[in-house]
Design a binder for this molecule. Structure first.
Ligand code: ARG
Length: 268
């Protein structure tokens, strides 16, 4: 099977102020020290990996007091030139939403502020035919309906059940015309829906998901994923993709991986 890469445009935020100072997911332990310089180096390697694959990377200025702003995927959802804003579940991240919408407006996207609680591409993942929408921990069901109206794309609601995989993008990765996902992270009904919609999906193993291996970014051919997720790298290779591994171990201390750092900007 030969896979075809298409050039992408991403938005990223340098982790200048990254640290773990509050707990809003089971990965975050404020008593465990973080190494900010290392986080910046790891992030820079990820950004440069996208550039060497031929993708464009825009940046947004990091803001002091917003240690999770590095997780750009949560800042909005951008499809067909429209940026549907985030509305964060936790007050610690609330100020990120307007900052991302301002930046997206400056980049020329049409911005729509959200009424319903949603954490951007953390829970809203676009496939060829559907907008897959997670709920259970962060994004509320009402945002799925709101996103469907904003984008005019059929939304498929998926129920997340494991608090370690609190965002859809920690439990499922979009890879070209298929997906990889961790079945156990979904309710039985949602698992059945995924198997029906994507009969050739890669079913990942928990050992890889625990390194946030599913927090991966694909351009249709390459799959950028955490270096520790060795089993998943072999699975994607067996499906005709080319794994590109990165080490973002510092960001994992906040419950984030490569995809969390990456917001895809889709033009009209
Ligand atoms: N500490 C951040 C939070 O809990 C991590 C966000 C990870 N982002 C993602 N797209 N999964 O909100």
């Amino acid at each position: 099977m030969s896979r075809i890469a298409t050039p992408r445009r991403y938005l990223m935020c340098r982790p200048t102020y990254f640290t773990v100072e509050y707990t809003i997911n089971p990965w975050m332990h404020p008593t465990v020290p973080t190494d900010n310089a290392l986080a910046v180096r790891q992030w820079t390697t990820l950004r440069d990996a996208y550039r060497s694959l031929g993708h464009r990377v825009e940046e947004i200025d990091p803001m002091p007091g917003l240690p999770d702003m590095v997780f750009a995927a949560n800042g909005a959802t951008v499809i067909d030139g429209i940026a549907y804003g985030a509305q964060f579940r936790h007050p610690q991240r609330a100020a990120e939403a307007p900052a991302y919408l301002d930046r997206l407006g400056a980049l020329g996207f049409e911005t729509r502020a959200a009424k319903a609680t949603n954490e951007g591409e953390g829970d809203l993942l676009l496939t060829e035919k559907y907008l897959l929408a997670g709920t259970g921990f962060r994004t509320e069901h009402a945002a799925h309906a709101e996103a469907q109206e904003v984008f005019g794309r059929p939304v498929v609601t998926l129920q997340l059940v494991d608090p370690r995989f609190y965002h859809l993008d920690t439990a499922l990765a979009v890879l070209g015309d298929t997906i990889a996902f961790l079945p156990e992270a979904f309710s039985p009904g949602s698992r059945a829906v995924l198997r029906q919609l994507f009969p050739d999906a890669i079913e990942a193993h928990v050992a890889d998901a625990e390194w946030l291996g599913l927090n991966a970014v694909s351009d249709g051919k390459h799959v950028v994923l955490p270096v520790q997720a060795t089993g998943l790298a072999e699975q994607v290779r067996a499906h005709g993709f080319e794994p590109v591994t990165v080490d973002v171990s510092e960001l994992l201390k906040s419950g984030g991986g490569p995809k969390c750092c990456t917001l895809e900007l889709r033009e009209k």
